[in-house]
Ligand binder design. Structure first.
Ligand SMILES: [Zn+2]
Length: 201
């Protein structure tokens, strides 16, 4: 009963964080995927493939195990195509409770150019050393392997930029991972805006 209540509560939280990420402009179309570790640690609730984060609700979330095998989900919905890197992260980092993967425009623009996001504000100083993961097609085994290597090689990193793609933010909770993704995007925006001020003076 306790676990059932926890599952219901996490479904609500995952739905609302997903819709918030979409409304906030952290992703567009059907891009991005978000997951949360379930009580017990060996199962993950993740957003569905082909469903916009803006349309995510309790009826289209999927449960998988840490190998990515389907455990529970409504008929007609499949887990996100990026499920392999989500489950790899949970296996490598037992302290991670949630993974937010989005395509926010300013942070992604830095990832496209292969440039570090300038950390210019007090709230961004703790973001130092964001690794850049090499490009591989979205949903590919290769991308999951690149993410696995980056997460393993940077055991303290909580944010990863994906070349020509977006970012991944890790946190102990959904709120923490979401806030981190939002902070990285806000930081990238300030970096871009401030580069224009005084540039022609
Ligand atoms: Zn993506």
């Amino acid at each position: 009963m306790e676990n059932h209540d926890a599952l219901t509560s996490l479904k609500k939280s995952l739905s609302s964080v997903s819709r918030l990420a979409y409304q906030r402009g952290l992703t567009t179309g059907t891009g991005g995927n978000i997951s949360v570790r379930l009580p017990g640690g060996n199962l993950v609730l993740i957003t569905a493939s082909g469903v916009s984060l803006g349309e995510t609700d309790e009826t289209n979330l999927i449960s998988v195990d840490l190998e990515g095998n389907l455990v529970e989900g409504s008929p007609g919905f499949r887990p996100s195509k990026e499920t392999p890197f989500h489950t790899l992260i949970y296996r490598i980092r037992p302290e991670v409770g949630a993974v937010v993967h989005v395509h926010p425009p300013f942070a992604t623009a830095y990832a496209v150019r292969g440039l570090a996001i300038p950390l210019l504000t007090a709230s961004s100083y703790g973001l130092e050393g964001i690794p850049l993961v090499d490009y591989a097609p979205a949903g590919s085994r290769e991308l999951a392997e690149y993410v696995q290597a980056a997460v393993t090689n940077h055991p303290r990193a909580r944010v990863f930029l994906l070349k020509n793609h977006g970012l991944i933010a890790l946190g102990p909770s959904l709120t923490a991972a979401y806030d981190l993704a939002d902070l990285v995007e806000g930081t990238a925006k300030i970096g871009w805006l401030s580069s224009f001020i005084g540039a022609n003076q």
